[in-house]
Design a protein. Sequence first.
Lengths: 113, 113
Amino acid sequence: KQEVTQIPAALSVPEGENLVLNCSFTDSAIYNLQWFRQDPGKGLTSLLLIQSSQREQTSGRLNASLDKSSGRSTLYIAASQPGDSATYLCAAPYEGYGQNFVFGPGTRLSVLP
Amino acid sequence: KAGVTQTPRYLIKTRGQQVTLSCSPISGHRSVSWYQQTPGQGLQFLFEYFSETQRNKGNFPGRFSGRQFSNSRSEMNVSTLELGDSALYLCASSLETGIYGYTFGSGTRLTVV
């Protein structure tokens, strides 16, 4: 059974800082891993999808890495902005295949102006 | 192209009633998954449909059911509503069971009074 954890649970940083969010999963036989952003009361916005054959994916100021052997993924946000304030969730497939995703509890990020 | 559309956005129901939520996936997507999000439990998988067949089901009571139509649109039904069913219900679509990642709708906020 796949279990996903995220640290830290919450993070508050001043604008302009580079930061790293961590995601750990128990079943390394994953097909892919996806990072999402969720604004309060809203749905999930996909940020990055990393296939198991990839080590990194980049989109603008975001970079996500995947290390299946250690069961870890990190999301790096460069030059953070107040608009980055949201909850960030990672999700990994259930039972080793993409039947559906198991979500971590999320990291609540606040970027202060 | 149009994203995932969930209707209605908000619902208020009374205990004991039933409710039906609707999800229209991205055109061409055949997989539709449903999730329940609450502050205490986070995001929990309800079920997944692919080409009108339920392929996977989460650990929810039988009061929660769903179906998928030939045009891939999906509905979720909750009977005999309980206060604890108050949550944000999210629908996600994918080309092929998450291989290419999931795209989420904005959700339906259900409040049971």
